[in-house]
Design a protein around this ligand. Structure first.
Ligand SMILES: Nc1ncnc2c1ncn2[C@@H]1O[C@H](COP(=O)(O)OP(=O)(O)OP(=O)(O)O)[C@@H](O)[C@H]1O
Length: 438
């Protein structure tokens, strides 16, 4: 590989010198520019493998340079140097398409790792794994393209979508299509760790730091070093962990339980939840500052019922996999009616539910053809005329009524007043929505 070249754009001679020296010691060729105008001249004269620019330049903003390079030299990743503690600038630059950022005072080891990662993008034959995200619906096509773009950046990504819509799959694809692919992908369900063990799970602990800590143990951050940490169900993090996570993201350092010093970590964080994080922030259940850090770029995974035309394709793919795994000679096929029943089913559990339904159907069917009865679709859902929207309205209604009942300590007359409806109408709805069974 020929020597990589880096363009450094900064008007402060001290910082320019520090970055130049650090990168030359890594064996890279460096070029420096003090203004946007000079940077443009350099870029026009020769290609660069990486560009590192200060945010504030005498003749304009580093963000403008990010946008320009994105457009004209999309192969060149740009990192931005931001003022100490200026989270907004960092987030803004990532949204504009910066590959990553480093804050002042520039930490040399952070800078080295950043450049290392950026160089891995260079000419490497990245695997295009995104074909495993199946579907031809416009929303899925766009998602595949977005994954490719996000794979090139280090920006935190938040994936929101109903359960079973492929959030973890998307996170894995962002990881495996980017420069961290050779590093670990560590997935963790934040709702599944007992609160009292959380800090040690995330950041590790030293032997003897609490009862039961018999030996040093690395945390998830350390395990994910050089790779990606996927925080699933991030809304479930208790407040005290939200504070600690925010700190780790800001400082890019973690302190194991019982340790005196912090250790630097180089991890990309991708988070996900099926809940509305912005709404939780409004309700005071999720920290705004952490939300802001995690949700730099939002990705939405669409529910299956929004794209029923993709169901045949997915079903055939899943059936082939099930048959292969079970060592079946024949791949069972869905008959026409069964396929159309599937396309009308609302799939509250999305693709995971489709997988489960087909697993069961393969077992129940005659070996060649799957009929509607083999699908055992939940009758109430399958035969009712509920569309996705109606279902959602019902859910909202149910939630509002529950809340009103709780507030009024189950006094239905007062709950009805609160909801602005008659007592009879409330009683009817409680029955219809099955709330009297709870
Ligand atoms: N578009 C898709 N193409 C192929 N397989 C998919 C697709 N979407 C989801 N799947 C499959 O569906 C299953 C569920 O996906 P995944 O675990 O990524 O969902 P999730 O949104 O993270 O779910 P949860 O919120 O319950 O954790 C996986 O086996 C995944 O491979």
């Amino acid at each position: 590989m020929n020597t990589a070249s880096v363009l450094i754009v900064d008007d402060e001679p001290d910082i320019r010198a520090l970055v130049e020296i650090t990168l030359s010691r890594m064996g890279l060729r460096t070029h420096a520019a003090a203004t946007l105008a000079e940077a443009r001249k350099c870029l026009a004269a020769q290609p660069f493998d990486v560009c590192i620019t200060d945010m504030r330049l005498p003749d304009g903003s580093g963000i403008a340079l990010v946008a320009e390079i994105q457009q004209r030299w999309p192969q060149t990743p740009v990192a931005v140097i931001t003022a100490y503690g200026n989270a907004e600038a960092a987030v803004e630059s990532l949204k504009a398409g910066a590959f990553d950022f480093v804050s002042k005072p520039v930490d040399v080891s952070v800078l080295r790792k950043l450049v290392d990662t950026a160089l891995k993008l260079r000419g490497s034959e990245r695997r295009d794994d995104t074909s495993t995200l199946l579907g031809e619906h416009e929303s899925i096509r766009q998602l595949r393209a977005l994954i490719q773009r996000l794979a090139r950046s280090q920006a935190p990504v938040h994936i929101s979508g109903e359960s079973g819509t492929g959030k973890e799959l998307v996170a894995r694809l962002i990881h495996s299509s980017g420069p961290r692919a050779s590093g670990p992908f560590v997935a963790i369900n934040c709702g599944a760790i007992p609160t009292e063990l959380m800090e040690s799970e995330f950041f590790g602990h030293l032997k003897g730091s609490f009862t039961g800590a018999y030996r040093d143990k690395p945390g998830l951050f350390q395990t994910a070093e050089g790779g990606t940490l996927f925080l699933d169900e991030v809304a479930e993090l208790p407040m005290h962990m939200q504070v600690k996570l925010l700190r780790a993201l800001q400082e890019r350092r973690v302190r194991p339980v019982g340790a005196e010093t912090e250790v630097p970590v180089n991890v990309r964080v991708i988070s996900a939840t099926h809940r509305d994080l912005a709404e939780l922030v409004q309700r005071g259940q999720f920290r705004q500052d952490l939300f802001y850090r995690l949700d730099v770029i939002t990705v939405r995974t669409p529910p299956l019922r929004e794209r029923p035309d993709d169901i045949p394709l997915l079903a055939r793919h899943i059936l082939r996999r099930i048959a292969r795994e079970a060592g079946l000679e024949n791949v069972p096929e869905l008959d026409e009616r069964a396929m159309s029943a599937l396309q009308q089913y609302p799939f509250p559990g999305n693709v995971r539910e489709l997988e489960n339904i087909l697993e069961r159907a393969v077992t129940l069917c005659d070996g060649t053809s799957i009929r509607t009865a083999d699908l055992q679709l939940r009758a109430s859902v399958a035969t009712s005329a509920h569309t996705g929207l109606e279902q959602q309205i019902e859910d909202m209604e149910r939630q509002a009524i529950r809340e009103a009942l709780r507030k009024t300590r189950y006094n239905k007359t007062r709950a009805a007043e609160l909801l602005g409806m008659s007592f009879r109408s409330l009683r009817y709805r409680i029955k219809k929505l099955g709330l009297d069974q709870e």
